[in-house]
Design a protein around this ligand. Structure first.
Ligand code: NAP
Length: 351
């Protein structure tokens, strides 16, 4: 066990003990919201984690301890890690439950049953694979998904949860607990509901929101490649036919460029989701979305190599224009158009 672990110092109280695995942009803010709302110290495991993650964990009321300690103390474990690590974390918890004889209780220390919630952007079949790890253990698997940005003073993302039909009471208790501690849970129940549905919400939401960003990006690039005036014509045509698209483009496209690398995997998951639902011909749309995001991610990385990790983009800064130059130039034109500053001849392509 890590010598810095302070599991034995953690004060237990009447509240259910909550653990959040993953102190990234999302996990740390979920933990912070729980902690600030009175849930007590939030257990986590920081073995092998980066200094940035350890810093975020400390600032969010998280306490580093071993997986064995987490499994023996916690009632709820939320996994909030990159999707590629989701299965590995579920397996660690399931294996720890099995090997820790967690079922054993003593009259003086009755154990509360453990509930593991996978909150990651995976497709429903991955969630079902994870659920299998918990069959014949004392722990209950809950499929979860987060839609929206990390919790903040002014914002609360949606946390969608669902369970096997036999575990509806556990789901209700989880929903009440998350609500009590300041999160915004939404449980999926009723006819036909079960494991995979929360992940399906995430996939369908991503398919619409990030799929739309991929369409905007592709058509901006394609029209500009045809000629700069084609991209201006495109913006004008959207302005007179679908003006809300202009507003969405301005809002969504520039903020996508540093996150494009994350969207690649998510679009591949959405492709698998559509294929699993019997929409085999639709998967290729999202494979294409993954490829366009990969192209933007490559441009972003190349800029990072040139300018440091978080480059500030300035149109015209470079002699050769990459995809990000083009996107930002066209979006600037969209802003000019939306602000009503241009007539027929609005907007330069590059300054
Ligand atoms: N950020 C958002 O706005 C958002 C929105 C909706 C849903 N989500 C979902 O939330 C999940 C996490 O996303 P994020 O944005 O928070 O990612 P992130 O900022 O990249 O952070 C991931 C965190 O997980 C840690 N981690 C990686 N592998 C781990 C492991 N094996 N055990 C424990 N910790 C591990 C990383 O630590 P290191 O620093 O050491 O690598 C890092 O702290 C994803 O499934 C994502 O789809 C995020």
């Amino acid at each position: 066990m890590n010598p810095n672990h302070s599991g034995s110092e953690i004060l237990e109280n009447a509240n259910p003990i909550i653990s959040v695995i993953g102190a990234g942009a999302m996990g740390s803010q979920i933990a912070h919201r729980l902690f600030q709302s009175g849930a007590g110290p939030i257990l986590t495991n920081l073995d092998g984690r980066s200094p940035e993650t350890c810093k975020r964990a400390a600032a969010s009321g998280m306490k580093d301890t071993s997986y064995a300690d987490i499994v023996s103390r916690a009632t709820y474990i939320l996994s909030v890690v990159p999707p590629r690590d989701a299965f590995a974390i579920a397996k660690i918890i399931a294996d720890t439950v099995k090997s820790s004889n967690a079922e054993e209780t003593t009259p003086s220390q009755p154990r509360t049953k453990l509930v593991f919630i996978d909150c990651n952007a995976v497709n429903p079949s991955s969630a079902k694979q994870m659920a299998k790890l918990f069959v014949n253990t004392s722990a209950t698997f809950i499929d979860g998904a987060i839609v929206g940005g990390p919790p903040s003073e002014v914002y609360n993302p949606g946390l969608y949860i669902c369970a096997d039909p036999n575990n509806q009471a556990v789901l209700d208790e989880l929903e009440a607990t998350l609500e009590k501690y300041g999160l915004q849970p939404f449980s999926l129940k009723g006819e036909g509901a079960g494991i995979g549905d929360a992940s399906a919400v995430k996939m369908a939401n991503s398919g619409i929101v990030k799929g739309t960003i991929a369409l905007f990006t592709s058509m901006i690039l394609a029209s500009y490649t045809s000629s700069p005036s084609t991209s201006q014509g495109l913006l004008h045509s959207l302005h007179i036919s679908q003006s809300t698209f202009i507003n969405q483009m301005i809002r969504l496209v520039p903020q996508m460029t540093p996150k494009a690398y994350r969207f690649v995997g998510e679009m591949k998951e959405v492709a698998k989701f559509t294929e699993d639902q019997g929409l085999e011909d639709i998967g290729c749309i999202y494979e294409g979305a993954a490829r366009i995001f990969q192209q933007i991610a490559n441009a972003h990385e190349a800029r990072g190599r040139e300018h440091g990790r978080n480059p500030v983009y300035r149109i015209g800064e470079r002699s050769e224009h990459d995809e990000i130059d083009v996107l930002l130039a066209v979006i600037e034109n969209a802003r000019i158009l939306e602000a009503g500053e241009g007539g027929k001849s609005w907007g330069p392509s590059f300054k």
